[in-house]
Design a binder for this molecule. Structure first.
Ligand SMILES: [Zn+2]
Length: 178
């Protein structure tokens, strides 16, 4: 009987595992940025921009409270900085790592920036559950997965996530209690 087992070469395995390790390392950095935002009195969200060689180009915290700006989400702040500093051709090859799944506003900003890939930690549904089912006055969580926003965009944006949800959840613990 003929076998249809797919044989994956060892070299491909090691590439896939290395990619996964890289994602986890950068996500942990984004989670650390979220913790820093919380320590400054802001909402616990953080994002970083990583280039095609794995170099961290930028970090951005949520600044909603300290800047009195409801659009001061970590990813939107990151996009504003990124567009001022880098050409679109560079951004297209970058990955944005974010501690929690981007909201619809941030997904829109990522779309407009040209950034090619998003990797996120905690999923939108998990955040929704942690913020009184979206009713917390500081975070009226939209129930709109970023993949649905990107699916309506002309330009494809690769999305990876959720990843490391247990670690990503820790920065929210005790924060959204009313
Ligand atoms: Zn957002």
């Amino acid at each position: 009987m003929q076998s249809h087992n797919l044989i994956i070469p060892q070299s491909l395995y090691s590439i896939l595992f290395t990619m996964q390790d890289t994602h986890l390392t950068h996500l942990r950095t984004a989670i650390a940025v979220a913790l820093r935002a919380r320590a400054k009195g802001n909402h616990p969200f953080g994002a970083i921009l990583v280039d095609v060689d794995g170099t961290v180009l930028l970090e951005a915290e949520n600044t909603v409270n300290t800047e009195h700006d409801c659009t001061g989400h970590a990813e939107t702040n990151l996009v504003r900085m990124a567009c001022r500093r880098f050409e679109r051709a560079v951004l297209e090859r970058c990955t944005l790592y974010t501690s929690t799944e981007p909201c619809a506003m941030c997904a829109g900003a990522i779309h407009w920036s040209g950034i090619g890939r998003v990797v996120y930690g905690l999923g939108e549904e998990e955040l929704y559950a942690m913020t009184s089912d979206g009713a917390h006055p500081d975070n009226e969580t939209m129930r709109l997965p970023c993949r649905e926003v990107f699916a309506r965009c002309v330009r494809p944006v690769e999305v990876i996530g959720p990843l490391l949800e247990d670690e990503a959840r820790t920065v929210h613990e005790g924060f959204w209690i009313r």
